[in-house]
Write a protein that binds this ligand. Structure first.
Ligand code: GLU
Ligand code: ZN
Length: 276
């Protein structure tokens, strides 16, 4: 049975891009009598606003979607700890006390998430009295995982190449896990079979596939969809003030009709789909 999910972070209102993404996940599952899950990704305690989770549920209902909700990330901290401990015991993680500014200063390469960590703390005795993150020793991890691939249902099989992430943070200084660790564990725990999300997260799949291999989790299928763009050709973002679904709902717009239009790629004025 196919299981998909929509996994929004409650740090801003949902916008049309989220609706588009949720509808794709919903419809792919429902077309095959599968399950469509909602998972609130509130791992980032400092930025999460609990009241937004309720707003998200109302948004999805307004769009006419049906879902099963699984536990939010804040209820799963133990599973993140257990996995991090296992990777630590396997010698695959190391503590890092560097600040963002230090990393920016020392870095020589950029990856999909900004400056690639230059490995300053690797193999060093760091002062554990300071706040520290746990980073993946990528070289060792890739060696242990061997040759691994992942598949996108549109684009075929790809070699997992997470090198652009460098020694990525798996346990943050300020949160019990990083998005990469939490989402990978959750998708496995929730029995997701097809991960659907925007093209902007395609590169993250490389690191998620590596974590699956290291943690003995099942390999999943992926569907990366094109993003919606605003008038200026930039992807819709919570931060750039595109009208939220909650605004549209409050203005009396018909959500079911909007969902139908998004399915037909008939977008409101100014909104377009990026080209493939
Ligand atoms: N919580 C992530 C976001 O809001 C979702 C990532 C995913 O679908 O894997 O961008
Ligand atoms: Zn460091």
């Amino acid at each position: 049975m196919i299981t998909t999910r929509f996994a929004p972070s409650p740090n801003g209102h949902l916008h049309l891009g989220h609706a588009f993404s949720a509808i794709i996940a919903h419809d792919l599952a429902k077309a095959q009598d599968g399950r469509f899950l909602l998972r609130i990704e509130d791992i980032d305690g400092a930025r999460s606003r609990p009241e937004l989770a309720d707003e998200f549920r109302r948004d999805l209902e307004w769009l006419g979607l049906e879902w099963e909700e699984v536990p939010a990330q804040s209820a799963r901290l133990e599973s993140y700890d257990t996995a991090a401990k296992r990777l630590l015991d396997d010698g695959l993680l190391y503590p890092c006390t560097c600040t963002r500014a230090q990393i920016e200063h020392a870095a020589t390469e950029q990856g999909p998430e900004g400056a690639i960590y230059p490995g300053t703390c690797k193999g060093q005795a760091v002062d554990m009295a300071k706040p520290f993150a746990l980073r993946l020793n990528l070289e060792r991890a890739m060696e242990q995982a061997g040759a691994i691939t992942w598949s996108d249902d549109m684009g075929g099989e790809t070699i997992a190449d997470p090198r652009g992430f460098g020694d990525v943070v798996l346990v943050r200084k300020d949160a019990p896990a990083s998005y990469h660790l939490a989402a990978t564990l959750d998708d496995a725990a929730d029995g997701v079979t097809l991960v659907t999300r925007g093209e902007d997260l395609r590169s993250a799949t490389h690191i998620h596939r590596l974590l699956q291999a290291l943690l003995g989790l099942p390999q999943l299928a992926y569907h990366h969809h094109l993003l919606l763009l605003d008038e200026s050709g930039k992807k819709l973002a919570k931060r750039r003030g595109s009208p939220s679904l909650a605004d549209r709902r409050a203005a009396g717009e018909d959500g079911v009709l909007l969902a139908e239009q998004l399915r037909l790629h008939s977008f409101p004025a100014g909104i377009s789909l990026e080209s493939a």
